[in-house]
Design a protein around this ligand. Structure first.
Ligand code: PEP
Ligand code: MG
Length: 556
């Protein structure tokens, strides 16, 4: 029988396919004593598992090619290391089970690596992955990480971290459903970047059976488990109709009376550019440069590697505007080469600009790379700093841009309530503002954006958040400067109209949301958007704000 579930829809569209689970961390196998006569059988089990995992890693390497192949081959060799295998066999001889012996043998090898200097220490994560794979195989549980599948599937996970981006094959992932993660979580951002439907904050998502067919509506947050053929057909039809309506709207972002609001794309690197161009993005409003380095964050990226990556993006938008954010490391986006050490609460610690100010050489390298990448190109480059708290931060960033000889506009992200409250003072130092509403909501409501059960507080319609946005936009207008939104708030089509009414000057979002926002904005006049914004701010809750704005816009 079909079951209907509901979470928070965060990336539009309909996905229908079989469920595949993201493997979770491998549990520590119990340390149980096995009888001596079982040792040969356990040793054979261990050998078979090791060989199967090594062969699998090798095969995946051959398929992947390039840098990934080198990493996977190195992992395959780690698995086959003869010293490790003899340690496993020795442990089994003295009574360990195969899984416990593998677990313990890898632990002592890991300790050796971790103490062996920077390069080898950086390989610890690869070693852990090999261990997890062998132990999972021996325990008969799903492999950790991205599912192994040749068929397209709907990915189910507790949550997705930015580092998972690098591992997902966009041709196989039809959509996501996550148990955790609010509307501004990285699962949501990732889904929009891949242009796949997604639902987050769905309690019980990880209990859905592997292989069951689900239909996911990323707009409404509705999920049908085991839908009938007719129902699947009905949903496909609905999705096709929505798509057709969207493709009718093209051109630059504007209200029905011609008030221009550039619609820009949020990207994580050159790989996201084609989707942005296809969606008709007028440029890039947020280039999350740290995403380029999350898959191997043990060493700082070289200037040359950065120039190449930036140039690819900048070349794609001749005459367009590209806003690059300098590395936003820390908390949910850890970069080992900038790790601040143990912090009791990384979200409130040395992250974003704070981290760059502690590593001025990293910031200078990045700014120089940007200056080189833009040389000779007609694009309008703008550079901004994440997590600016006050005027001192803003000045430090502006000084760094000047020192690097960068002839681009430099700006500050407004992600901390203090920056919205004192936007005027920050604007004394920088040339534009960009509202990062994801973190702004997180810090305004003291609600971790990764925690699904707090989704209510991360709702971008919260009137308190709208008030802070209005403050920043008003300050920018008073100083003749621009103030865009690059947080996920911009991807909600009706909220995009409200943001326009609040005085926001551009909207940047995951490429897949652009057609929805463009089509909705084109239906209303600026005066209607302004009235909707006032009505939303006059309420007390996110739901009331949403209803009030919709009421004004529908003319009721
Ligand atoms: C934000 O916080 O709104 C933002 C755009 O930055 P990120 O989502 O990368 O933290
Ligand atoms: Mg942020």
């Amino acid at each position: 029988m079909t079951e209907t579930l509901r979470g928070v829809g965060v990336s539009h569209g309909v996905a229908i396919g079989q469920v595949r689970h993201m493997g979770t961390a491998v549990l520590e196998p119990l340390a149980r004593q096995t009888p001596t006569e079982e040792a040969p059988r356990e040793q054979a089990r261990a050998r078979q598992a090791v060989e199967a995992v090594a062969a699998d890693l090798q095969a995946r390497g051959n398929l992947a090619g390039g840098e990934a192949q080198a990493v996977l081959e190195a992992q395959s060799l780690m698995a086959l290391d003869p010293e490790l295998m003899s340690d496993v066999e020795r442990r089994i001889t003295v009574g360990s089970t195969a899984e416990r012996a593998v677990y313990d043998a890898f632990a002592s090898y890991r300790a050796l690596l971790a103490n062996a200097g920077d390069y080898l220490a950086g390989r610890v994560a690869d070693l852990d992955d090999v261990r997890n794979r062998i132990v999972a195989r021996l325990m008969g549980v799903p492999m950790p990480g991205v599912p192994d599948s040749d068929e397209p599937y709907v990915l189910i996970a507790r949550d997705l971290a930015p580092a998972d981006t690098a591992l997902l094959d966009p041709t196989l992932v039809l959509g996501f459903v996550t148990e955790e993660g609010g509307p501004t979580s990285h699962s949501a951002i990732l889904a929009r970047a891949l242009g796949v439907p997604a639902v987050v904050a769905m309690p019980g998502a990880t209990r859905m059976a592997e292989g069951v067919v689900v239909a996911v509506d990323g707009s409404t947050g509705e999920i049908l488990v085991d839908p009938s053929e007719e129902k699947q057909q009905e949903w496909r039809q609905l999705a096709a109709e929505r798509k057709a309506a969207l493709s009718a709207s093209t051109g630059p972002g504007q209200t029905s009376d011609g008030y221009r609001v550039p619609l820009l794309a949020n990207i994580g690197g050159p790989a996201d550019v084609p989707a942005a161009v296809a969606a008709g993005a007028e440029g890039v409003g947020l280039f999350r440069t740290e995403f380029l380095f999350l898959d191997d964050s043990t060493t700082a990226p070289s200037e040359e590697a950065q120039v190449a990556a930036y140039r690819k993006v900048l070349e794609a938008f001749p005459e367009g505007r590209v806003v690059v954010r300098v590395l936003d490391a820390g908390a949910d986006k850890p970069l080992d080469f900038m790790a601040p050490g143990d912090e009791p609460n990384p979200a409130l610690g040395v992250r974003g600009l704070r981290s760059l100010l502690d590593h001025p050489e990293v910031m200078q390298t990045q700014l120089r790379a940007l200056a080189k990448a833009v040389a000779g190109l007609p694009v309008y480059l703008e550079v901004m700093a994440p997590m600016v708290a006050d005027r001192i931060d803003a000045k430090a960033f502006a000084d760094a841009c000047r020192t690097a000889g960068l002839s681009a506009k430099f700006g500050a992200m407004v992600e901390i309530p203090s920056a919205a409250l004192r936007a005027r003072s920050i604007l004394q130092e920088v040339e534009f503002l960009s509202l990062g509403t994801n973190d702004l909501a997180q810090y305004t409501f003291a609600a971790d954006r990764q925690v699904g059960s707090l989704a209510r507080l991360q709702d971008s319609w919260q009137p308190a958040l709208l008030d802070l946005i209005a403050m920043a936009a008003t300050a920018a207008k008073a100083t003749g400067k621009s103030c865009g939104v690059c947080g996920e708030a911009a991807a909600d089509p009706v909220l995009a109209c409200v943001l326009t009414g609040l005085g926001v000057t551009s909207l940047s979002m995951g490429a897949s949301a652009i057609p929805y926002v463009r089509a909705t904005l084109a239906k209303y006049t600026l005066a209607q958007c302004t009235r909707a914004a006032a009505a939303a701010r006059a309420t007390d809750t996110a739901d009331e704000a949403r209803a009030a704005a919709n009421q004004v816009l529908s003319g009721e």
